[in-house]
Design a protein. Structure first.
Length: 372
């Protein structure tokens, strides 16, 4: 710290979290070794410098829109430092003071999740993980889809973060994660195994290589096209804008937006799409596995496809209603959020009570007619 040690120091910031980390030395972040803090070595060095300063230090919260606060100039200087070439090293000495130099998390604060994350960070620093080629290709395809359809290009980290939402159950999160990583053993992966090459081709599409894109969006077997038509018809009860089914629409559901509309989609509409697109894609995958493994590639009937799809949607609706129970405390879903998500889609909705989302004794289901 270049400021004289005999002078008091006033630090202006718009971040309440930063003030908490820098002032409350017994915070969870310090006890956990700053595992969840970006650039933790810089944070530890900063705290070490502040602790060594003998005069009073005042933290002042300011509005980030205040033009006189000097925050914009500070951000410019910080960005300039971050944009320096990697050969320019920033000099920090967090171990110059014995107390701040103690690194790592306290054993008393250690949890299984924290230990796993700390080990992963250590391994990544020791040997950075290389992104798989198929993952990079899929992420680039998702970004192109978002740019063409939503006129927005999310970063790779935003795409991954979008999957970690409470609107998606764990099985759907895992499904989307594996889709992006191209982790399912289908298509070309069978072509290199002697005696099993035929498993790599679709029996319903003139022996086309059965990739996940083909299974979910192109296959002529009964189920794929019908499920997307049912999903579209349900979605069109709320919105006319319908992004074409693809890897991008299924995994980048968080960024759905109608670029031609004057207003943005409501949170309820976005949440509905975040449920419909991944759940429908996962149902197509499950039906394909049943058809290939259990039914010897015999097609399902159209009525069976409709019944399975409607059961899946009603099951999700029922789960959401159960999740509004106050016994779940802070984890309970707000009834209004559930209501805003499903309004306009329910059977005999005009006859339902206003509190249908939390009324367990009321039968609620999706109002969709079977295919003709």
């Amino acid at each position: 710290m270049r400021l004289g040690r005999s002078r008091s120091l006033t630090i202006e910031t718009s971040s309440k979290r930063l003030v908490k980390i820098l002032t409350d030395y017994d915070t969870v972040e310090e006890n956990q070794g700053y595992t969840n803090v970006p650039e933790k070595h810089i944070m530890r060095a900063t705290i070490a410098s502040l602790r060594r300063h003998p005069e009073p230090i005042i933290f002042k919260l300011v509005d980030h829109l205040n033009p006189t606060s000097g925050l914009r100039k500070a951000r410019d200087l910080a960005n300039a430092a971050l944009n320096k070439p990697s050969s320019v090293q920033m000099c920090f000495d967090p171990c110059s003071n014995p107390e701040p130099g103690v690194a790592g998390a306290k054993l008393s604060a250690m949890t299984q999740a924290l230990a796993y994350k700390s080990i992963a960070i250590y391994e990544n620093e020791r040997k950075p993980v290389q992104t798989r080629r198929s993952t990079s290709v899929n992420l680039a395809a998702i970004q192109r889809f978002c740019e063409d359809t939503y006129q927005k290009v999310p970063s790779e980290s935003e795409i991954w973060k979008g999957l970690r939402t409470r609107d998606l159950d764990k099985k759907c999160q895992e499904f989307c994660w594996k889709l992006i990583h191209d982790a399912y053993f289908v298509g070309k992966r069978w072509l290199h195994i002697p005696g099993y090459e035929d498993r790599g081709y679709c029996k319903h599409c003139d022996n086309v290589v059965e990739s996940m894109d083909h299974i979910l969006f192109e296959c002529n077997a009964v189920g794929q096209k019908q499920i997307w038509e049912l999903t579209k018809s349900l979605w069109n009860k709320r919105q006319s804008f319908w992004p074409a089914p693809s890897l991008g629409s299924v995994t980048a559901f968080k960024f759905i937006n109608d670029p031609n509309a004057d207003t943005r989609l409501s949170p309820g509409d976005k949440r509905l799409f975040a449920i419909l697109a991944p759940e429908s894609a996962r149902l197509i995958w499950r039906l394909r596995c049943e058809r290939v493994i259990e039914k010897e590639n015999k097609n399902f009937s159209r009525q069976e496809i409709f019944s399975r799809w409607k059961s899946m949607i009603n099951g999700r609706l029922h789960t959401e209603r159960l999740a509004t129970n106050t016994k779940f405390g802070r984890c309970a879903l707000p009834p209004l959020r559930v209501k805003k998500t499903w309004e306009g889609l329910l059977e005999n909705e005009d006859e339902l009570p206003d509190d249908w989302s939390g009324a367990g004794e009321v039968l609620v289901g999706i109002g969709v007619d079977p295919p003709s």
